[in-house]
Design a protein around this ligand. Structure first.
Ligand SMILES: Nc1ncnc2c1ncn2[C@@H]1O[C@H](COP(=O)(O)OP(=O)(O)OP(=O)(O)O)[C@@H](O)[C@H]1O
Ligand SMILES: [Mg+2]
Length: 406
């Protein structure tokens, strides 16, 4: 390839692997079959609504974006899907005005005096029919009266800080469900938003299907790379594919990030197959171009007056076996510690580090659940970063990583 051809292919690759943007068409969407099935099931039952919850960056918005395609494929015809994003200042009223604005209806204009011919038709949006103080019952009425079948996706629910708004959303679910209205609400947010919503109205528990979005499995991560590379007729050697999946720790953001830089490096080297050498370059590139906020937080966590072993312990935490919500116990840190350090350490040897990681001085990089005494990374995106940086700095090599993650 000449330089111009390389540049063109490189920019096509950048359109496919998009670490910072949700997927917006089905051809690049990977996995999530169980979640899609559960959502379609709920949508098919009147009175059922859905909440999808998961860590930041696991792929909630991407799933919502391809939902209307999936509905069509599953034979749901004539369902209108509309998505709205919540922001910090939203209240119930502003939220529903945004949603109702997305629905158009045709209305017949009543002629004034005697006019011949067909009556004029005007297209209006539903927000024009409500007062400026929308209530849950207004929503019920509008949906029942004007919309035959709709799925309304409300993304970033956790950004709503006003309790009254959460309560009114819960009331809306209850009203739509009690009246068996043919509109399904699909809410997306982090786990705490489910608890808040249900706390407002325990009786909605029955009408709200809760779907957890876990981190991606290895097979799902592989699918991201395979589908993406197929679009540009490229391939990847098995070892390299496995390595980037390991480093990504189930978070599709990192799969996109590493695949992007590795594929661009292969293009630069005039190869259509990605090799381990390209992945090594991608790792350094990922560290170099990582968000400034993550890098700063990482350095705050490991650099202090008392420096011994902080980077190794943080790396071991990032590689500790965690539960579905990302929590691990101090004892889980021992196994990766042993492989990283080449010798056994008791929990006591790093208790101080774990406690420090939960304190302001180290930027609260970890948080501790006081009831279970388990830890997790406050920002889930930090965890794979610690591993990627660990590899880039030579704190751990590929064979040790394989040994820990096998
Ligand atoms: N099923 C998928 N297939 C391929 N790529 C995906 C998939 N899900 C997510 N991604 C990619 O992962 C990254 C994060 O996805 P997304 O923005 O959808 O997550 P999110 O859970 O909505 O994040 P946030 O909590 O920050 O809103 C994006 O780069 C997106 O392209
Ligand atoms: Mg999102």
């Amino acid at each position: 390839m000449n330089e111009q051809e390389k540049a063109i292919l490189s920019s096509r690759v950048a359109g496919i692997f998009t670490p910072s943007a949700p997927i917006d068409h089905a051809a690049l969407f990977a996995g999530r079959a169980a979640q899609i099935r559960a959502i379609l099931n709920a949508i098919s039952q009147r009175g059922q609504h859905v909440i999808i919850f998961g860590e930041r960056g696991v792929g909630k918005t991407s799933l919502a974006n391809i939902l209307s395609d999936k509905l069509q494929q599953a034979g749901y015809q004539g369902v209108i899907t509309n998505t709205v994003n919540c922001d910090g200042d939203d209240n119930f009223n502003s939220l529903w005005l945004k949603i109702l604005r997305e629905f158009s209806v045709a209305r017949r204009l009543r002629p004034v005096g005697f006019v011949q011919g067909a009556p004029a038709i005007e297209v209006a949006t539903l927000n024009q029919f409500v007062s400026s103080n929308v209530t849950p019952d207004d929503v019920r009425f509008m949906m029942e009266r004007f919309v035959s079948r709709a799925v309304i996706i409300i993304d970033e629910l956790d950004r709503i800080t006003d309790r009254k708004t959460t309560r009114l959303i819960a009331d809306t679910i209850k009203t739509l469900s009690d009246h068996s209205v043919n509109t399904t609400l699909v809410l997306l947010g982090v786990a705490d938003s489910v608890d808040e919503l249900i706390a407002e109205h325990s009786s909605i528990e029955r009408s709200l299907v809760q779907i957890q979005m876990p981190r991606m499995s290895q097979a799902e991560l592989f699918e991201i790379v395979d589908k993406g590379l197929a679009q540009v007729q490229m391939t990847i050697v098995e070892e390299a594919r496995r390595h980037i999946a390991h480093l990504s720790q189930g978070l599709p953001h990192y799969m996109h990030l590493l695949a992007l830089y590795a594929a661009q490096e292969a293009v630069q080297q005039d190869r259509s197959e990605i090799t381990m050498a390209d992945v090594q370059v991608a790792i350094h590139e990922a560290v170099r171009r990582t968000q400034h906020s993550i890098l700063t937080a990482y350095h705050q966590a490991i650099n202090g007056t008392w420096r011994t072993m902080y980077d190794e312990v943080l790396l071991a935490c990032a590689l500790a076996k965690a539960d579905d919500l990302g929590y691990f116990a101090a004892a889980d840190v021992r196994a990766p510690m042993k492989i990283i350090m080449g010798q056994e350490h008791t929990v006591k040897a790093f208790t101080r580090h774990l406690n420090d990681f939960c304190a302001a001085r180290r930027g609260f990089v970890l948080q501790r659940n006081e009831a279970t005494h388990r830890f997790r990374f406050k920002n889930p995106l930090m965890q794979p970063f610690v591993v990627i940086y660990g590899v880039a700095k030579g704190l751990i090599d590929e064979s040790k990583l394989n040994e820990i993650l096998k």
